[in-house]
Design a protein around this ligand. Structure first.
Ligand code: GDP
Ligand code: MN
Length: 387
């Protein structure tokens, strides 16, 4: 779960990292009011889950009210690489002497937390890593002991931080590591970490991703998901406890078990189709669950055909068939369905479906046959009479 800049900064502040005071607003009038309260000059910053806002014109300094009006007006509603700006962060502007870079993430291949630091901050860090790798310090941390202050001082020194701010940078690194470990973050990044003319070390930006699976340990962070930009159907699925992922195509996919769902996506793609979403019904799918799933799949208006791929194990195919029949009575879908039932009680399941003669429901014996059929149906082609 990615956080907006200002939300990340709130986490930073909780762990003792220095940040500028500011306010999140959603209108020009509130931006002006906020600027008055945080004190001029201010920075008007687009809050979107994408980097490079500065280059895109989404970060502007404002010296007075008329400039805040101008910039807030321009930035609100701006499209930054496909992300529409709905929220602004207004913070008191900082004077900058140097721009550094700091981050903490998990290095999976080394199986250790990785702290990175560079005095070449404010710019694209990938470029620094590529062109001048010696300027990006990479330090692996022992996860059991954590990042010690002595290590942090060494990182700051090695990286070439100005001598008078080595201590300040070390403090920031220790705090950033604390954010990463204690908030269950997968990434905690500051670019730029600035040094002010007063030699204060401060986070001017934040990029924080939290591990969604660990959110239950952080009730105070649960409100941080960017629900305004979250897909409404994904949000509904989450509330209902259903595994659902939205994609860009036009074929709705339901399977039972993550592995089967993944391979269904592959087979549909191989058959030339493009999945619109996928939903994992999990084990044991009773009628109510199937109805809920059909409802969610069809809530996406891009869906032109649905593939039900069920491999019966604990899940019994006859039960899935009954669920589907009940769902159809209730929901009356207008798009065609292809149903592949295989495994426990599949014969009974197929018999039930055949008897029910649901309109526009096509049976398939194998996954490949099901994929071919659903791709054809989504394209508006006929695949013969429903059975
Ligand atoms: P990003 O472009 O999305 O990474 O957004 P940042 O928050 O990093 O801002 C981009 C750039 O704007 C920074 O690297 C700074 O150079 C500049 N900037 C942001 N805030 C301030 C500020 O308070 N004062 C000054 N002078 N420049 C700022
Ligand atoms: Mn930045």
């Amino acid at each position: 779960m990615d956080l907006l800049e200002y939300q990340g900064k709130q986490l930073f502040a909780r762990h003792g990292l220095r940040v500028s005071s500011g306010q999140a607003v959603t209108s020009v009038e509130d931006a002006v009011k906020a600027a008055g309260e945080v004190g001029y000059p201010v920075v008007v910053k687009a809050q979107v889950l994408i980097g490079g806002r500065g280059k895109a014109g989404g970060v502007k300094l404002a010296a007075d009210e008329s400039e805040v009006r101008e910039h807030a007006g321009n930035i609100l509603g701006m499209d930054i690489k496909g992300h529409i700006v709905r929220t602004l962060w207004i913070e008191h502007a900082s004077d900058i002497a140097s721009e550094y870079y700091a981050s903490v993430l998990l290095d999976r291949s080394a199986k250790r937390p990785l702290v990175m630091f560079s005095v070449e901050g404010g710019v694209d860090i990938e470029e620094v890593a590529e062109r001048t790798p010696e300027k990006l310090i990479r330090h692996h941390v022992d996860a059991l002991t954590g990042l010690s202050r002595a290590e942090a001082v060494e990182i700051a020194r090695q990286g070439g931080a100005d001598a008078d701010v080595v201590e300040g940078v070390a403090d920031a690194l220790v705090a950033l590591y604390e954010v990463w470990i204690e908030e269950d973050a997968t990434l905690a990044e500051i670019n730029p970490l600035i040094v002010t003319p007063e030699r204060e070390v401060k986070a001017l930006d934040s990029k924080v991703s939290l591990d969604g699976n660990a959110l239950y340990r952080h009730p105070e962070n649960q409100g941080l998901s960017d629900s305004e930009n979250e897909d409404p159907i994904e949000r509904r699925a989450k509330e209902e406890g259903v595994q659902y992922v939205k994609l860009d195509g036009d074929i709705g996919i339901l399977g039972n078990g993550a592995g089967l769902v993944m391979s269904t996506l592959d087979v549909v793609a191989q058959a030339g189709g493009s999945p619109a979403n996928f939903l994992d019904a999990g084990g044991g799918s009773d009628a109510e669950k199937i109805k809920q799933a059909v409802d969610l799949l069809l809530a996406n208006e891009a869906v032109k055909a649905v593939l039900f791929n069920i491999f019966g194990g604990i899940t019994r195919c006859d039960e899935v068939a009954r669920g589907l029949i009940a769902a159809f009575e209730d929901i009356k879908p207008t798009v065609p369905f292809v149903v592949r039932l295989d495994g426990t009680n599949d014969v009974e399941g197929r018999r039930l479906l055949q008897e029910a003669a649901l309109p526009n429901v096509h049976a398939a014996r194998t996954m490949n046959e099901a994929a071919d059929k659903v791709v054809a149906l989504a394209a508006g082609q006929s695949v013969g009479a429903p059975a």
